[in-house]
Design a protein around this ligand. Sequence first.
Ligand code: UDP
Length: 400
Amino acid sequence: MINHTRIVRIEDYEELVGAETVERIIRKASSLRDLHVVNVNSTYYGGGVAELLGSMSILMNSVGIKTGWRVIQGSPDFFSITKKMHNALQGGEINLTERKKEIYEEVVYENVIRTHLDHDLVIIHDPQPLPMINHYRKRGPWIWRGHVDLSRPNPELWQYFRPMVEKYDAVIFSIKEYAQELKTPQLFFMPAIDPFSIKNHRLSEEEIDERLSHYNIPTDLPLVVQVSRFDVWKDPQGVVEAFKIARQEVDCTLVLLGNVATDDPEGPEVYASLLDSQEERLIILSVQDTALVNALQSRAAVVLQKSLREGFGLTVTEAMWKGTPVIGGNVGGIRYQIRDGVNGFLVNTVEEAAARIVQVVKGKALRQRLGEAARETVRQNFLLSRNLEQYLDLFSSFET
Ligand code: UDP
């Protein structure tokens, strides 16, 4: 018989956020008991949305909300189009032909036919399943949750999306900067992490050593780490450049750990291009091992998240929770997590990133100070209990 003690319940958060908060959440949930909610997105693994949905759907069930999670399916050309849309929402260019719209809408319609959404509340995540709302008779509110960096969406694409977005009863973005001109009410919920998951729970030094040695990662020198999907927005090339400059002043090892989400066809190409960069003490790994992510974020002298655009950046939160200082790109949601010089550093260029790597790797006391502040920032602001409470408040607002 399997022991299900790993299944996280809201009560587990008491030691981190206090009994009062947990009781308040349980009270709020009790008036919503048996509400039937479904989330729809486009990948079951890889990237922050899958990460969030995995933990949040379990936690919501623990407070009595019957919460499901469905993943839409699509052909490679569908995901190639939706990835272009994703890039354009973050400010890139797109050649939005009628044929592309047709494929996009047709595949979504196929998913509509085989996905029966007759729930009390439907939450659609990101642009891939956005048009599903065109085909259902709504039984309750529909919410669109956009996770990407929407500070400068491509105007042509946004014009195409906007009428669909406005069919929703509410829209949730990660931060205020992503607000759009919309008839629909907009809310801002920053994502959060599950501190009890394999990715985020505390590992012993032996467990960390075991994971690192399993992948032949040397620990003789300080580790500089970036964990990210292989995606140009994460600027892995910039990380390698910054590392090369930093290594002229401080000896260290760079580990780039990445994966490819099932809805991201550009990943393999980005990975392949990185393999061209030959550099001593540079390790590029493409494996999916959650405990390895934890081990690297825990052991690193410094974690980088040198993104050029970033909806929120759960990898930043994850590393901060482990008391590891993060050097993050000065963009999007990263700016809401890192306070420059207080709990990490924000950087605008490769050169700035290099200088901060040198400073943090050399400064033991600095690492300690930033790391402690980082963990406390996450405890106060970025644990899933907070995100759950925001959802409960939103659900209740529909009830009244
Ligand atoms: N991740 C992972 N393995 C990898 C790369 C990323 O498990 O090799 C996880 C990472 O730990 C985080 C999520 O994928 O939980 C990435 O979320 P984030 O918000 O940072 O970026 P996104 O991929 O959604 O743009």
